[in-house]
Ligand binder design. Structure first.
Ligand code: TMP
Length: 211
């Protein structure tokens, strides 16, 4: 049984919602305040998990079945949790994660239609009782999000190739997650400007963790 000595904060949302920028801004702000913090992205964060990330994000949409995808996401997560997240929380470092178990619920559960309950079970098997203390869910019309990612260099990854109806189901999934977890999850209007969002996030953190 691990003893968690610092907050675990996750960032979630559909494509192009700006959560990675905000995770990075928060990470830097915590460091500037002299707070011990680490930041990871999912899938990824360890050598093995980054290898799995390449398998998942490259190639054609049909490269993996939805079930294989869910299992690969979970394999990557199991490595990150065991090797990085749990040890860091135990030693008292804040952990920021760009995506976590809610992504599997939204993308594989809703996007691919594998269902909320089976993937909640899979998440439990993968991470045990580890649950983020606070999750920011970025809300953005998927059409707007996909238009934003189309402007990025480097071409489309596997998920950006899935059609609009897939991404609309992902967005609905996040709405459901918000409804089911009103204490843990805070909605963020992804249309606000970067500075404003960063301020909203920091204020929420100060309130929650008495800073
Ligand atoms: P990113 O675009 O935030 O870097 O995330 C990589 C992609 O992986 C993104 O399209 C969402 C997808 N993903 C899932 O489908 N399920 C998961 O559990 C995770 C962590 C990511």
């Amino acid at each position: 049984m691990m003893t968690q000595k610092a907050p675990f904060i996750t960032f979630e949302g559909g494509e192009g919602c700006g959560k990675s920028t905000q995770a990075e801004l928060l990470f830097r702000r915590l460091l500037q305040l002299g707070i011990d913090a680490v930041s990871y992205r999912e899938p990824g964060g360890t050598k093995g998990a980054e290898d799995i990330r390449s398998l998942l994000l490259q190639g054609e949409g049909e490269r993996w079945t939805p079930t294989t995808e869910a299992l690969l996401m979970s394999a990557s997560r199991a490595d990150l949790v065991a090797k990085r997240i749990l040890p860091q929380l135990e030693k008292g470092s804040w952990v920021i994660c760009d995506r976590f178990t809610d992504s599997t619920l939204a993308y594989q559960g809703f996007g691919h239609g594998l269902g909320y309950d089976p993937l909640t079970e899979l998440n439990r098997f993968t991470v045990g009782s580890l649950t983020p203390d606070l999750t920011f869910i970025f809300q953005l019309n998927p059409e707007v999000g996909l238009a934003r990612t189309a402007l990025r260099e480097g071409g489309k990854d596997r998920y950006e190739q899935f059609d609009l109806s897939f991404h609309s189901r992902v967005e609905k999934g996040y709405e459901e997650i918000l409804k089911k977890n009103p204490q843990r999850c805070v909605p963020i209007n992804a249309l606000l400007d970067i500075e404003m969002i960063s301020q909203v996030i920091f204020e929420e953190i100060c309130k929650r963790f008495e800073m």
